[in-house]
Design a protein around this ligand. Structure first.
Ligand SMILES: Nc1nc2c(ncn2[C@@H]2O[C@H](COP(=O)(O)OP(=O)(O)OP(=O)(O)O)[C@@H](O)[C@H]2O)c(=O)[nH]1
Ligand SMILES: [Mg+2]
Length: 222
């Protein structure tokens, strides 16, 4: 997470079980907006707090479009194979980490994790991070062809496209209403429809707040 964000966001220590809470951030990968979550690792533990973290992680796995499973090339890979058996192989990318010290085991890892996409990386040297981003983009955007789509025109799903079309329609109506000199409340309603359409993509419910700011200068029926 820290390398993808280029920021010291999640705490890193040599002690297994460091991450417990789910940490969520948004970033862009190859122009594609992404919600990235770091969770506790799926391991057996007697620690009460970590147990809750593992439960939350399982919930996020259900929800996630893609799962980046970070395997440690210097550790016992059989433990990873057991955990990976619970994960959906079509939605899981394995980042085989620590190639700075564990590159000798890349082939072994690829053999053990057969059926999964495996990208060797180092969170320390940042080797392999660009190929990881390529694969994330390719999987999230639906196939290699999407990589040729110019950045700025990429739409992640049909639902998003429909929302953007709705948003554009609202803006066009608002523009027409302004040109015709219609009451501003009507313009506001069109803009609200556009904001709601965008909110459906981002999952935000800020339309009320935004309208408060925009229309603080005159009365609007909500
Ligand atoms: N050599 C090397 N060490 C790394 C690399 N990435 C992480 N580490 C070390 O591995 C240890 C664990 O790193 P974390 O980022 O805390 O691992 P984690 O998987 O988030 O662990 P939990 O939060 O405990 O589940 C730390 O001591 C890091 O410094 C890497 O690419 N190369
Ligand atoms: Mg962690």
């Amino acid at each position: 997470m820290n390398v993808l964000l280029q920021e010291e966001r999640a705490i890193v220590t040599p002690m297994p079980g460091t991450t417990r809470d789910v940490i969520e951030e948004t970033l862009e990968i190859r122009g594609m907006p992404v919600r990235l979550m770091d969770t506790a690792g799926l391991r057996e533990t007697t620690d009460e707090v970590e147990t809750i973290g593992v439960r939350l992680a399982r919930g996020k796995i259900e929800e996630a479009g893609l799962i980046i499973y970070v395997a440690d090339l210097t550790a016992d890979l059989r433990a990873d194979v057991d955990i990976l058996s619970e994960l959906p192989f079509d939605r899981t990318i394995i980042a085989a980490n620590k190639i700075d010290i564990g590159s000798a085991r890349i082939q072994e890892a690829k053999a053990k994790f057969e059926g999964f996409d495996v990208v060797p990386i180092s969170a320390f040297t940042e080797q392999g991070i660009e190929p990881l981003k390529d694969l994330l983009f390719e999987k999230a955007a639906g196939g290699k062809a999407a990589m040729e789509t110019p950045v700025g025109e990429l739409v992640a799903s049909v639902r998003h496209r429909d929302c953007l079309v709705k948003c554009l329609e609202g803006l066009e109506q608002a523009e027409a209403a302004l040109i015709e000199g219609l009451p501003r409340e009507l313009v506001a309603a069109d803009i609200r429809a556009s904001i709601d359409a965008l909110g459906e993509i981002t999952g935000e419910t800020t339309s009320e707040d935004i309208l408060d700011v925009i229309f603080s200068s005159f009365c609007i029926g909500k």
